[in-house]
Write a protein that binds this ligand. Structure first.
Ligand code: SAH
Ligand code: SF4
Ligand code: F3S
Length: 481
């Protein structure tokens, strides 16, 4: 038996993605036998934490699992469950390990259940080691660099009935053309680059996602064309710092140039991107955005802090003044642009004066919304070794004050559009009120509006009747825009 399995592995093509296609076929065969034995289909469930990158990776993993023959289920009482982890904050692991305990009880009831762990947390040696030693019911562990290998790892696990650990500390591979199961049929995320080279002093991402690698523009355009052919109208171009896209390619291409190429794809009506690092945002990009009919009127431009002194310690490479100048430039080129941001409160050494500088930026930049984070001392990063960590009660007090100003600014911005009509991509049935539809304006603001569910997936004119903080209540306009 063992020898037969080894023979199968030795027949696998060397080249990717052919190799993975081969293992998907082999897994499918094994699954069929199991299905017959059980008299039912096998199910899978994914638990995804963290940012857009992880959600995009999960779509790829789900695509592979479906290709193999697993059927998605909403419950963790499934035949295959994976946790795609995030580690951007220090204590994220406590939550994940807590939840893993529940899986153990499910596995007792279903002996053949397979549990996998992947994502950013598994790129940390001590976390992978902990899973190996203390969570022996976890069958497969892999990292961020080899998600494309899921079928091969699963085959190894199924055929040898043993635990599989495969974590790479880096890669320069970009494997294309594997299945992907998209959450929405009409909008999709598209990776344009992987990794990050910025090493902001508080951030773990460069350590767990590796060095920056850009996909070739022709591959990106080909993927967008394929998506358009499948009915996608909105694409979100994804990268940790899209503004530095293309710099490391053999034939360098700017992000602005890439946007003009994506714009030409017929059928694509909206283009979004995230995230923009302020230090690399070019005039060329502002020009392309301002001229474009398709690029959405929204930019996510994380400021992190308003204090130039702290920005230096954060290794962000811009000052408060440079950031505000950039905001001015964007606003004069596109008066209807919505700007959102990320802010960290309580970075080591933050004084009340530094914090006031952040409050000042929030007021001056006029954000449509902001993600606010309490600084988390992420071990392994330079900031974790800084001595002057800010006491918790002071951080919480600042955080509350910041939330108030952010909320107030957002309310003012949103109220300004009350009564107008805007184009909304209808995305889903409203979670709270099933008679309503939820969608997004070009500026990324959420609108809940009365309409028939047949509008889902379409871009429709909606009268924004009432601004409620971060979102609108509206109704479908009969007379167009
Ligand atoms: N590449 C993106 C951000 C990725 S992480 C960018 O540079 O904008 C998303 C957000 O998490 C960051 O913008 C930052 O605000 C926050 N973050 C990262 N590390 C953090 C830490 N140690 N503590 C608190 N917030 C953190
Ligand atoms: Fe982290 Fe900075 Fe890279 Fe963003 S740009 S992922 S905050 S290191
Ligand atoms: Fe988290 Fe990894 Fe994203 S650490 S924020 S999931 S890149």
């Amino acid at each position: 038996m063992e020898a037969a399995k080894d023979r199968i592995v030795s027949q696998a093509p060397e080249r990717e993605p052919d190799r993975q296609r081969f293992f998907m076929d082999r897994c499918r065969e094994l699954l069929r036998i199991k299905e017959q034995e059980l008299g039912r289909k096998l199910t899978f469930n994914d638990q995804t934490f963290g940012c857009q990158m992880n959600f995009k990776d999960s779509e790829k993993l789900n695509g592979i699992l479906e290709e193999i023959g697993y059927v998605h289920t909403d419950t963790e009482q499934a035949d295959f469950v994976y946790y795609n982890t995030c580690t951007v904050r220090e204590n994220a692991n406590i939550r994940v390990y807590g939840r893993l305990g529940t899986l153990k009880t499910y596995k007792k009831k279903n002996k053949d259940m397979i549990i996998a762990m992947c994502g950013c947390m598994m790129q940390e040696e001590e976390e992978a080691e902990r899973v190996k030693k203390s969570f022996t019911f976890v069958d497969i562990v892999f990292g961020t660099h080899n998600i494309f290998k899921l079928a091969e790892l699963l085959y190894e696990c199924l055929s040898r009935k043993q635990r599989v650990f495969d974590i790479w500390d880096k890669t320069d591979l970009i494997i294309e053309d594997l299945p992907s199961d998209r959450k929405f049929s009409f909008k999709a995320g598209v990776n344009i680059m992987f990794g990050c080279n910025n090493f902001c002093s508080y951030c773990i991402v460069p350590y767990v996602r590796g060095r920056e690698r850009s996909r070739k523009p022709e591959d990106i355009v080909a993927e967008v064309e394929k998506l358009a052919a499948e009915g996608v109208v909105e694409v979100m171009l994804l990268g940790q710092n899209v503004n530095s896209y293309g710099k490391t390619l053999e034939r360098p291409v700017s992000f602005a140039r890439l946007l003009t190429m994506v714009e030409q794809v017929e059928g694509i009506e909206r283009i979004r991107f995230m995230t923009s690092h302020p230090k690399d945002l070019s005039d060329e990009l502002i020009g392309v955005m301002a001229r474009s009919e398709k690029i959405c009127r929204h930019i996510h431009l994380p400021v992190q802090s308003g204090s130039s002194r702290l920005l230096k310690r954060m290794n962000r490479h811009y000052t408060k003044e440079q950031y505000l100048e950039l905001v001015d430039k964007l606003r004069s080129a596109m008066p209807d642009l919505s700007i959102t941001t990320d802010i960290i409160v309580g970075f080591p050494g933050e004084t009340e004066e530094d914090f006031q500088e952040t409050m000042d930026v929030v007021r001056k930049a006029g954000y449509d919304s902001a993600f606010t984070f309490i600084y988390s001392k992420r071990s392994g990063t330079p900031a974790a070794r800084m001595e002057d960590q800010v006491p918790e009660d002071i951080v919480h007090d600042r955080f509350d004050r910041l939330l108030e100003v952010v909320g107030e600014t957002a309310r003012q911005k949103n109220a300004a559009l009350e009564g107008t009509t805007g184009l909304v991509l209808a995305e889903s049935i409203d979670e709270k009120d099933p008679s309503m539809i939820t969608g997004r304006l070009s500026n990324n603001n959420v609108v809940h509006f009365t309409a028939d569910r047949s509008v889902i997936g379409k871009i429709v004119p909606v009268i924004l009747e009432e601004a409620r903080g971060f979102y609108y209540i509206g109704r479908l306009s009969e007379d167009g825009i």
